[in-house]
Design a protein around this ligand. Structure first.
Ligand SMILES: C[S@@+](CC[C@H](N)C(=O)[O-])C[C@H]1O[C@@H](n2cnc3c(N)ncnc32)[C@H](O)[C@@H]1O
Ligand SMILES: *[C@@H]1O[C@H](CO)[C@@H](O)[C@H](O)[C@H]1NC(C)=O
Ligand SMILES: *[C@@H]1O[C@H](CO)[C@@H](O)[C@H](O)[C@H]1NC(C)=O
Ligand SMILES: *[C@@H]1O[C@H](CO)[C@@H](O)[C@H](O)[C@H]1NC(C)=O
Length: 323
């Protein structure tokens, strides 16, 4: 218990400290580094866990290289300490070609059968609406701006809910004549109590039907060939995509908006961004932004020496600009 309280207090102190000193005190870098190690996304500098070879740039997942590069001084943590926090998952050395991404997901996640086959099951169909969409900033100009620019073959969305932003992107890629796959990572559970606001999303034995309504929305918009759900937690899904070599040209982060969730999602997603690709996310500039997203993005950029751009409510990091 005691240790836990201390741990908690430590984190609280660290957070306060970072908030106050982030950009004007060199000591802060040490704290930032400790925090990021403590969160476990920096890998060991040891040769047996090399950074993924094809990342856009050494990310926070790249270990002490990132640390010394931006600390700009002599911050040296003992390897024995770093080793505790190494990232153990290995990413595939070669990435899956874009045209094989869809089948890879269907094979690996859905046992070879598209989730749209035989949909909806009879016991569910009467519970669904023909179309039920609600999003947040899901139609912002940022989507068109980035899709025009990147012309992505593979888009990975982390946080899809009912598919508003994903289906918007499907429309945009279709208009450009791109043959794009949009992978929608979401556990499709919403969040505890979300049905207070979405009373019309039914529940069967406590199982909320977000996933089925998502599939229904995709079918309604005729987008089953370009949109696939990846119905798991963002952490496990992003880790597996990395292991399988599934990478995105464009990755959107819009799942948990607390610091820890955003931090973890950004770091994991960065590992599967194709070199030259763009990662972006919601709630950098809305009333809710200081729940943690903005702090996570700024910290990530600071540690990795990346430039954050703003587009409406969204943050954007172009890996090519930062190469
Ligand atoms: C703000 S909504 C996404 C909205 C969507 N991008 C849009 O604009 O239409 C956030 C979603 O993230 C999902 N989510 C939150 N934390 C998650 C996690 N750890 N793993 C998977 N999904 C998560 C929730 O289920 C929810 O559907
Ligand atoms: C890095 O260190 C050098 C020399 O100590 C200093 O001139 C430079 O301003 C520092 N850069 C940053 C980003 O702190
Ligand atoms: C997975 O696919 C194989 C081969 O088509 C089939 O035999 C098996 O029953 C499927 N498993 C599940 C859980 O559907
Ligand atoms: C996609 O385009 C169709 C047809 O133009 C439109 O009816 C639909 O509302 C659009 N969907 C989204 C999510 O923007």
């Amino acid at each position: 218990m005691r240790a836990k309280e201390d741990h908690h207090r430590f984190h609280h102190k660290v957070n306060m400290y970072i908030t106050k000193k982030l950009f004007n005190n060199p000591t802060a870098y040490i704290i930032l580094l400790l925090l990021s190690y403590a969160l476990g996304y920096l890998s060991s500098p040891k040769p047996h866990t090399p950074p993924p070879p094809s990342r856009p740039r050494a990310g926070a997942g790249a270990g002490a290289g990132a640390a010394t590069a931006t600390s700009n001084s002599t911050i040296q943590l003992p390897p024995s300490l770093l080793d505790n926090f190494r990232v153990t998952t290995r990413c595939a050395a070669d990435s899956v070609p874009p045209q094989l991404v869809r089948q890879t997901i269907i094979d690996r996640i859905f046992n070879g059968t598209s989730p749209y086959v035989n949909f909806p099951p009879p016991h569910i169909s009467h519970l669904l609406r023909r179309r039920r969409i609600k999003g947040w900033g899901s139609y912002g100009a940022v989507f068109g701006n980035l899709i025009d620019k990147v012309r992505p073959r593979v888009i990975i969305e982390v946080g899809s809910f009912l598919g508003a932003s994903a289906l918007h992107m499907a429309n945009l890629t279709r208009q450009l004549g791109l043959d794009s796959q949009i992978l929608c990572i979401d556990d499709f559970r919403g969040w505890p109590g979300f049905r207070d606001k979405f009373k019309d999303i039914p529940m069967v034995n406590g199982n909320v039907l977000l996933y089925f309504q998502f599939l229904q929305n995709v079918i309604y918009q005729n987008a089953i060939d370009s949109v696939l759900p990846v119905p798991f937690s963002s952490g496990s899904a992003l880790t597996k995509l990395c292991e399988w070599g599934v990478v995105g040209d464009l990755i959107e982060i819009d799942a948990g908006h607390d610091f820890n969730s955003a931090w973890a999602d950004i770091n994991r997603a960065w590992r599967i961004l194709r070199p030259g690709g763009v990662i972006f996310g919601h709630d950098y500039f809305t009333a809710a932004d200081n729940r943690g997203v903005r702090r996570a993005v700024n910290l990530f950029a600071k540690i990795n020496g990346l430039k954050v751009q703003i587009d409406g409510q969204h943050w954007v990091i172009h890996s090519a600009v930062n190469a």
